[in-house]
Design a protein around this ligand. Structure first.
Ligand SMILES: Nc1ncnc2c1ncn2[C@@H]1O[C@H](COP(=O)(O)OP(=O)(O)OP(=O)(O)O)[C@@H](O)[C@H]1O
Ligand SMILES: [Mg+2]
Length: 250
């Protein structure tokens, strides 16, 4: 099983939107996919319409009293399962810290999902706390949505520095641009002359689009309700590039 995370220490940059759309495409290609909503805000579960279908305690998960495979629920799409968020995840930091070694804990929790899944996608909260540390320990790849602004690039460099300190065991950091508005000079400049911070990034970029906002209205990925639009095409391209990068068969 591959484990990929949509992560950024910055909030509101499109982690959840990308995680949900990519998960849907992976499932369409019949990869048995599970999307774990690690954010107590629960947006991914809301988009997939599985909100509140399972409750658990972060403390029990961390201590091993509750196993992750039993937390999976089916979505209305074949091959796509989810682990909905639970409000107790807001204490995940504390629970991980109590256990002393946050780095390996999430990896241990994710591992049993591999028995019947090909791809685990983690939708992460915006943080550099012990939760982030455990995500870095669990994920093979970190896909980082970046809005083309200088502050976002700075946040990306901060993540990179943090990972560099972790040495060889760190996941591969793969940024991509999101919310690109080609009417804005800075956005166009950054697309044309890729900033150094975007090294090892994806070619695909996601345009700014009201369809992303409409995911909340339809509680579905964009390809379901607006399939022939630039944003739907962009998320499909994002999936293809991610599949290629991670070695998933198409
Ligand atoms: N490409 C886009 N075009 C337009 N709006 C977008 C785009 N990507 C995300 N958004 C909007 O920006 C907001 C934040 O997106 P999203 O929830 O995916 O970000 P996030 O990084 O997961 O946020 P958080 O840090 O709160 O978890 C949402 O309202 C979403 O609809
Ligand atoms: Mg989110």
């Amino acid at each position: 099983m591959r484990t990929i995370a949509f992560y950024n220490l910055k909030g509101g940059v499109g982690k959840t939107a990308a995680a949900v759309n990519v998960a849907w495409h992976a499932a369409r290609w019949k990869h048995r996919t599970v999307l774990w909503d690690l954010d107590p805000q629960g947006a991914a579960g809301f988009y997939l319409d599985v909100e509140g279908t399972k409750s658990y305690h972060a403390g029990n998960l961390v201590s091993g009293r509750q196993g992750t495979p039993r937390l999976k629920v089916d979505t209305r799409w074949p091959y796509l399962q989810a682990i909905p968020s639970d409000l107790s995840l807001r204490n995940l930091d504390v629970k991980l810290a109590e256990q002393g070694s946050p780095r390996s804990l999430l990896r241990k929790m994710v591992a049993p999902l591999g028995e019947d899944c090909d791809l685990c996608i983690l939708d992460c909260p915006p943080t550099l706390s012990p939760v982030a540390e455990s995500i870095f320990g669990a994920a093979d790849y970190l896909f980082v949505p970046v809005v083309p602004t200088h502050l976002s690039l700075r946040a990306l460099e901060q993540v990179r520095d943090w990972l560099d300190q972790k040495g060889k065991s760190a996941p591969e950091l793969v940024p991509f641009f999101n919310m690109v508005d080609r009417r804005r000079l800075l956005h166009v400049e950054m697309l044309v002359r890729r900033p150094e911070a975007m090294r090892n990034g994806l070619k695909t970029w996601i345009p700014y689009s009201t369809h992303v906002e409409q995911m909340g209205q339809f509680q579905a990925p964009i390809a379901e309700f607006a399939p022939h639009t630039p944003s739907a095409r962009a998320f499909r391209a994002l999936w293809f590039e991610i599949a290629e990068r991670t070695g998933l068969q198409q």
